[in-house]
Design a protein around this ligand. Structure first.
Ligand code: PLP
Length: 386
């Protein structure tokens, strides 16, 4: 047992609630499944750690990777993981000039960090800043392969223009192209995700080829979202895949067909504190502060409310969901509005609630209570902030 200093009890029956639970064997299975899939397609993984924000989790995620590399969503994550010895990092949010000194600091500490950009003027600023400091920023050009958000279209002349600006300067070097096919989250079927994965791959490889044809070196093609990673059938030309939420899985991923609810490693432990017989509802001490406000599954075929209610062994209870949530009150009801069996959940009894969105729910907490069955085996800290 490690990291249990702050834990006085080791049973799910006794933990103070609400708290965040992490089922270690489910997490390990999710990690292994994705890694085997990406290995089978001859690409490597650069896991996104924005979901877990924890060195204890990330060590498990990267322990069997040939290259221990990660993607981060904040420079705070970059500093934290660097301080724990992870030195190959992509900062996967468009760089802004005022963040370059922080990036330079990380480089000075020996981190191989790459930044992303999709704009000619930002490329010029990065080059100038690198030249001024006598350092070479490592850059990926961000691509728009699906109209989801930022990025240069592969056929936009700005792609080559940015490539040439980086090539001409000692202040920056082009490491490759990168994209995140976020539209995969809106795909209505798994067939559509398969197509989106191929679109993500082919459009990114095309961009790299256009750069190479223009005489610009483009060693890396980095793609990824958890859905496209899970459903990719071909990764020819892709060097690495970035995904993060697959490590925990969540109800939204289940709604997409990327996992099943029983593969979800993350849950919130709550205690029943009231029965509302007149309203056919049960109140639990896990409201939206414990679950997050994320209602992502509202747009899917199966709306899971604020989360799916399961017992301490992880089995669904009578198709109960968190139908509503106040700050510290979760409202449990039957998904179909039917009668609730109050005897199943007496006041003082415990439930686990599977989250809609693992990133958002985990973000509410400072640590994970890691458990195997009903026994807590460790407390793993996580970070927050920017
Ligand atoms: C830059 C980047 N790469 C990869 C991902 C993949 O992460 P997820 O596992 O959440 O799909 C994301 C998600 O937002 C991202 O922003």
């Amino acid at each position: 047992m490690n990291d249990l200093q702050s834990l006085e009890v080791t049973s799910l029956d006794e933990l103070p609630t609400p708290c965040l639970l992490l089922d270690q064997s489910k997490m390990v299975a999710n990690i292994g499944k994705m890694q085997a899939h990406i290995d089978s397609l001859n690409a490597s993984l650069r896991p996104h750690v924005k979901t877990n924000k924890s060195i204890s989790v990330t060590e498990k995620v990267i322990e069997n990777l040939a290259v221990k590399k990660i993607t981060v969503s904040t420079l705070h994550e970059a500093r934290y993981f660097q301080s724990h010895g992870v030195n190959d990092i992509m900062y996967g949010v468009g760089i802004t000039p005022q963040k370059l000194p922080e990036v330079a600091d990380l480089m000075a500490k020996g981190t191989s960090i790459s930044i992303i950009l999709d704009d000619v003027s930002v490329a010029q600023t990065v080059c100038a800043e690198g030249e001024k400091r006598g350092i070479t920023f490592r850059v990926h050009i961000e691509l728009d392969v699906d109209g989801h958000r930022s990025g240069v279209l592969p056929e936009d002349p700005a792609l080559i223009e940015i490539g040439k600006i980086l090539q001409a300067s000692n202040g920056a070097e082009l490491v490759g192209v990168m994209t995140h096919a976020g539209e995969s989250y809106d795909c209505p079927t798994t067939d559509a995700i398969v197509e989106m994965a191929e679109q993500e791959r082919s459009r990114s490889v095309k961009a790299a080829e256009l750069l190479r044809a223009a005489g610009i070196e483009c060693p890396e093609v980095s793609v990824g979202s958890s859905p496209t990673a899970a459903f990719a059938q071909n990764l020819d030309g892709v060097t690495e895949v970035r995904a993060g939420v697959y490590v925990f899985q969540d109800l939204f991923q289940s709604g997409l067909g990327c996992s099943t609810p029983d593969q979800i490693a993350l849950s919130v432990l709550g205690t029943v504190n009231a029965h509302k017989h007149n309203k056919n509802l049960i109140i639990v001490d896990a409201g939206w502060m414990a679950m997050s406000r994320d209602r992502g599954t509202a747009s899917q075929k199966v709306d899971q409310g604020y989360g799916l209610v399961v017992d301490l062994d992880g089995n669904p209870i009578d198709d109960l969901i968190l139908v509503a949530a106040n700050q510290e009150h979760g409202v449990i009801g039957a998904r179909d509005g039917g009668p609730v069996n109050f005897d199943t959940l007496p006041i003082g009894s415990r439930v686990r609630i599977l989250p809609n969105h693992a990133c958002a729910t985990a973000a509410q907490y400072e640590n994970y209570k890691v458990h195997t069955g009903k026994t807590v085996t460790a407390v793993w800290p996580r970070i927050r902030g920017w």
